[in-house]
Design a binder for this molecule. Structure first.
Ligand code: FMN
Length: 336
């Protein structure tokens, strides 16, 4: 039996070229977080329509070794998987896309939303939104080089200017972008600020391609509200899904009415599975930093989670971190 749902018109599966995103729930690209170990935990719970890598430097990608690179390690189960490119120039696109084809990417995403000053200094990320001609060349080159689904991820731009924003989005569509994800914050707005989902509704009005809403979805209630306010064709989840890797399944079940079995969540088991995946497939130097990044978010499931985060943060080995985490779990038993 299908679960009862709350959204009046639920977004349907998205079909772009030969990519099917079903349910229309996407994992956000997140540096240091959305790597193979994290993706495996999420797909274990179900409900993810499209997985993602973190942003990958288009310049460096062709020289990365996919067997050992923590950015590129991937198991057969991680499907479909979108690879996000970070670039400032069309001259980097051809080699990067050749590399993505060799990696059997299911989709290609272009980063136009990263607000980091370090990234901006190289002319990449959200600063591209102020350079539509450069973006036009990048997208045109990418479109020419691949028949895979091509998407772009943007913010709302530098300041409130709906006309300019819509013009930018229309340009992306005209150059051949198949899907647009909008992180509903302006360039300089911190995560603490409420996302502006109504802007997505404005963008949606002038687009023919699917528009995905991103920013500030941490619960099924947020998902429902975001879909209602934005009218988006799907949702992209970032921090909420890292904190609660079962959030996709919950939203798919209760908001989109998908028939996904409910599973009891054991927080220590989720943590142990993440550690196991890191230990099994990542070189030692790539493990502890990723465990600390994950713990920062995962610890929010506990009332006194800051204590877990601090203990793991000051660990100097995986064994040490796991010992401290286990001691914390023993004292703080809770279920999600
Ligand atoms: C630690 C971290 C790393 C991120 N790295 C990327 C990235 O590599 N590429 C990107 O487009 N956005 C990146 N983002 C932004 C997220 O994709 C997403 O737009 C943002 O977190 C808002 O969504 P959320 O509220 O669901 O987390 C990052 C965000 C965080 C917190």
């Amino acid at each position: 039996m299908k679960a009862e749902t709350n959204v009046q018109s639920q977004p349907q599966a998205i079909q772009i070229r030969n990519l099917r995103i079903d349910p229309p729930l996407l994992l956000a690209p997140m540096a240091g977080l959305t790597h193979s170990a994290m993706r495996r935990i999420m797909i274990g719970f179900g409900g993810v329509g499209l997985l993602s890598t973190e942003m990958l430097s288009a310049k460096r990608l062709p020289t990365e070794n996919p067997r050992i690179s923590p950015y590129l390690i991937r198991t057969d189960r991680e499907n479909p998987l979108s690879y996000q490119l970070l670039t400032s120039s069309d001259s980097e696109i051809a080699r990067a896309i050749d590399a993505l084809h060799a990696l059997k990417a299911d989709a290609v995403d272009l980063n136009m939303g990263c607000p980091s000053t370090a990234v901006g200094r190289f002319g990449a990320g959200v600063v591209l939104m102020d350079q539509p001609d450069r973006v036009r060349r990048i997208v045109a080159e990418a479109r020419k080089r691949t028949a895979l689904s091509l998407s772009a991820k943007i913010r709302l731009g530098s300041d409130p200017d709906s006309g300019r924003l819509k013009e930018f989005c229309t340009m992306l569509e005209n150059e051949g972008v198949d899907m647009l994800t909008v992180h509903a914050r302006f360039r300089h707005e911190p995560f603490a600020r409420n996302p502006r989902w109504t802007y997505i509704a404005e963008i949606k009005e002038c687009m023919k391609i699917p528009v995905i809403a991103n920013g500030g979805v941490f619960s099924t209630e947020d998902a429902e509200k975001c879909l209602r306010v934005s009218g988006a064709d799907g949702l992209m989840l970032g921090r909420g899904a890292v904190t609660r890797p079962w959030l996709f399944a919950e939203i798919a079940r209760t908001v989109l009415g998908r028939d996904i079995p409910e599973r009891a969540v054991s927080l220590p088991d989720v943590y142990a599975a993440f550690v196991e995946a890191l230990n099994a497939d990542y070189r030692p130097i790539y493990r502890l930093g990723r465990l600390k990044e994950f713990t920062h978010y995962f610890s929010r499931n506990y009332k006194f989670g800051h204590s877990l985060a601090t203990r793991v943060q000051s660990s100097n080995s995986m064994e040490d971190a796991m010992e401290r985490a286990t001691a914390f779990f023993t004292k703080n038993s809770t279920s999600a």
